[in-house]
Design a protein around this ligand. Structure first.
Ligand SMILES: [Cu+2]
Length: 253
């Protein structure tokens, strides 16, 4: 029994450290993370995470979310506006006082679309509503990863400096399992507002450094700390090597 519990402890610790260390391992550019939370008034009870690594004007985006309307396309973007608050909207942004935030009402907080997180093809703001190229959230879940996304220098700087916001759109106010209702989308009047209203949101900000996280983990875990550190270091080393190798291949290509 004792052996088993040690094994579980080390494995759990390694995974935790790997997750926390992912940012610093990528660090010749920079890396930012977001916790995605429901937009006020959206009726969404989901959550998610996003990570964006920036290298020059190329970004890699990893995103996962649950609790979305299942089987329907969910537009997802990185938003940024120099004049925006660089935040997720609050219910006070509901300027027409209908109890819901549409995409335009949220813009004071997060700004316009700067990157469309499509699965294929163009990723510019022009693809903001390219519904056939976004994830349809089977089972209400999205699991997204895409690299080699080119952005402008201004957008790269905004993302690196914690001023950009990830927004996943598509809600179901009337809980009928589809995009419906008489209110038209503020972005495309041929769609119901449910299809484009924001659902989940998170500011992309810098994560704590790997060193800080390791220290906290060690002191909190007590005697398991050494095991945790060993397992984590081994896994981090392996992951780091992989990343470096992948980068070299890209550079050579
Ligand atoms: Cu958006």
């Amino acid at each position: 029994m004792r052996k088993q519990s040690k094994f579980v402890g080390a494995t759990f610790g390694a995974i935790t450290l790997l997750a926390l260390g992912a940012g610093p391992a990528l660090a010749s550019g920079s890396s930012v993370n977001a916790n995605l939370k429901p937009i006020p008034g959206s009726g969404v009870e989901g959550s998610g995470t996003a990570m964006v690594s920036v290298s020059g004007t190329t970004i890699t985006v990893t995103m996962a979310a649950t609790g979305l309307l299942a089987g329907q396309p969910h537009a997802a973007h990185i938003h940024f506006g120099a004049d925006a608050r660089h935040e997720c909207p609050v219910i006070g942004d509901d300027t027409n006082k209908d109890g819901h935030l549409n995409t335009s009402e949220g813009a004071a907080a997060y700004g316009p679309i700067v990157v469309s997180l499509t699965k294929t093809g163009d990723t510019s703001p022009k693809s903001g509503l390219a519904i056939d190229r976004f994830d349809t959230a089977a089972g209400g879940k999205i699991s997204y990863e895409r690299g080699s996304i080119t952005v402008t220098p201004d957008v790269a700087t905004a993302i690196s400096s914690g001023k950009s916001v990830v927004v996943i759109h598509g809600v179901d106010y009337n809980k009928d399992g589809k995009y419906s209702g008489t209110t038209k989308s503020d972005l495309d009047p041929s769609l119901p507002t449910e299809a484009t209203d924001p659902a989940l949101c998170g500011v992309l900000a810098s994560a704590p450094t790997g060193g800080m996280a390791t220290g906290q983990g060690g002191s909190a875990a007590g005697t398991n700390g050494a095991l945790v550190a060993l397992g984590g270091a081994a896994l981090l080393g392996a992951a780091g090597t992989g990343v470096v190798a992948a980068r070299r291949r890209r550079v050579e290509a």
